[in-house]
Design a protein around this ligand. Structure first.
Ligand code: HEM
Length: 489
């Protein structure tokens, strides 16, 4: 098995930093014409980045750059062209005279979610960002201190990119004690496991991170163990090929130079705003329609059918209903092929169909491993249940700072979003899109399989709206050092 150079990989790949519930995403752009200062800043930052095997007790710092960021520090065309077309093109290419770009349409970023209306990364204000600093701390005041220190450190080289009414805008993330997102469900449960990562090997990591303490069972490995190349560039993936970066490129004198893509991965960032009151009233309506009552048990049943898990995170499938199983090694093909327990269009079944999309169950499971993502998103904004009767708190925007890591944006994040979440024909369905998706088709419905006939509940508009987004590259730490050197990469 290939050994990953973990000491060179940024820690976000292995951990969502549960020990640091407060995070800030500081988007920035380089100061024009200050390439020297930019490189000096990157050089000093490289030493402070949290690597995968670091034991970080106080805080964590990770760095990602967009394609424009790489261009601004004079990365050569040869090197740039080794990055994937979707990364180079960006998440929201400008529309043409004939309408939105192919990527915008494929992602379903239309209507309210069009980049035309985004707060950042879209077609208008704050359109372009060169990079993002991902900052994590144990409490709010340490986080704010870390943000200030990092802004000071970037002075003259880069500046915060997001402004609203002249004010600096830092997008925040928060893991609440109950680990629930705004619609009220435990999140961050089901993740792929990288084969050979400290958690999957006998010699476990000593970072003390709860994410890494639990040993995997054989069944969990069967469902979730994925080759490193699906998430880290330069290693073999589930197709037994390497996307990039295993050997160096030649420098001017014919010597091998290190490929800056090695030990890096792509980071997809989407700011997804959630309309919690609309979601809650949809759930109550659906309970009334299907169960003829809108009391709590009926509402909870509907809520669980939309996600495929209860609010506490128990999956519907292995228990055959609203159970209390915390297993994550379940499959759908033999246990629930027709979606009578976990609806076919439920969020987790669309986002990871496990053994259902393919000619047979085994092949389907193998194929699904080519379309996994590591999720590192967190909620932002006050929780609605914290608002009490205060209308000002009730109205603050809230949502998810959604982060996905993958080695192939088109084959992983985009494929899930386009072909599974947004697809009205997903898994043999003939109507409806993902209940948590931002994309709503005309006369959209949520479908719940049932005997003698299926239920279709109208969803006038999605409960989620895209407010911003961009594709980034999360480089290996040596690559940040290489980018910082005065000579061109
Ligand atoms: C506001 C939007 C979203 C919310 C509230 C949300 C919430 C959730 C929740 C509650 C779970 C189940 C718990 C877990 O396994 O972690 C889940 C699972 C998942 N979500 Fe989302 N999600 C959202 C958007 C997305 C998007 C846009 C994608 C991908 C494009 C995505 C991909 C996944 C995946 C891959 C899983 C794990 C499925 C599995 O392996 O069983 N989610 N999400």
């Amino acid at each position: 098995m290939e050994k990953v150079e973990w000491e060179d990989v940024q820690r976000l790949v292995l951990s969502g930093y549960p020990k640091f519930p407060f995070s800030a995403y500081l988007f920035w752009h380089f100061v024009p014409g200050e390439v020297g200062a930019a490189k000096r800043w990157l050089g000093s930052l490289a030493g402070r980045l949290t690597c995968a095997v670091a034991r970080s007790d106080r805080q964590a710092i990770n760095l990602a750059l967009s394609a424009s960021g790489l261009k601004r520090i004079d990365v050569s065309d040869v090197m740039l062209n080794g990055f994937s077309p979707e990364f180079l093109e960006g998440m929201a290419p400008k529309p043409t005279a004939s309408g939105p770009s192919r990527r915008t349409s494929a992602l379903g970023d239309l209507g309210d979610s069009s980049p035309e209306f985004w707060d950042w990364g879209g077609w208008n204000q704050n359109g372009n960002v060169d990079g993002v600093l991902l900052l994590y701390a144990g409490n709010k005041s340490s986080l704010m201190a870390l943000v200030d220190t990092e802004i000071e450190a970037m002075e003259g080289a880069a500046e915060p990119a997001l402004r609203q009414n002249g004010e600096r805008l830092v997008l925040e993330g928060r893991i609440y004690e109950d680990r629930k997102e705004h619609f009220g469900f435990k999140d961050g449960i089901s993740q792929p496991m990288i084969d050979g990562s400290p958690r999957t090997s006998k010699k476990r990591n000593k970072t003390g991170d709860p994410d890494e303490n639990k040993e995997l069972t054989a069944d969990e490995k069967r469902v979730h163990l994925v080759k490193p190349g699906e998430f880290i560039l330069g290693y073999r993936n589930e197709r037994r090929t390497r996307i990039a970066g295993i050997s160096g490129t030649k420098d001017g004198k014919g010597a091998e130079a290190r490929d800056i893509r090695r030990n890096g991965t792509y980071l997809v960032f989407r700011q997804l705003e959630q309309d919690v009151p609309a979601f809650n009233s949809f759930v109550a309506n659906a309970a009334e329609r299907i169960y003829r009552r809108a009391d709590e048990p009926a509402r909870e049943k509907i809520a669980a059918q939309l996600v495929g898990r209860t609010r506490e995170g128990h999956p519907l499938v292995p228990a055959g209903g609203l159970g209390t199983s915390s297993r994550n090694d379940f499959l759908y093909h033999f246990e629930d092929r027709f979606g009578m327990v976990c609806p076919i269009g439920a969020h987790i079944r669309r986002a990871n169909p496990r053994d259902t999309i393919g000619p047979d169950a085994d092949t389907a499971l193998r194929l699904s491993k080519m379309h996994r993502i590591i999720r590192r998103g967190r909620p932002y904004g006050e929780r609605l249940d914290a608002a009490g009767s205060d209308p000002a708190v009730a109205q603050v925007p809230r949502g998810i700072s959604f982060i996905a890591l993958n080695a192939d944006i088109a084959g992983q994040f985009e494929m899930i979003q386009h072909s599974w979440l947004n697809n009205t024909r997903f898994g043999g369905l003939h109507a409806g899109t993902d209940p948590f998706g931002h994309f709503g088709c005309a006369s959209d419905v949520v479908a719940i399989q049932s005997r003698p006939s299926n239920h279709y509940i109208d969803r006038p508009r999605p409960f989620v709206r895209v407010r911003g987004g961009a594709y980034f590259f999360l480089p290996g730490i040596e690559a940040v050092r290489a980018l910082a050197r005065p000579q061109p990469v």
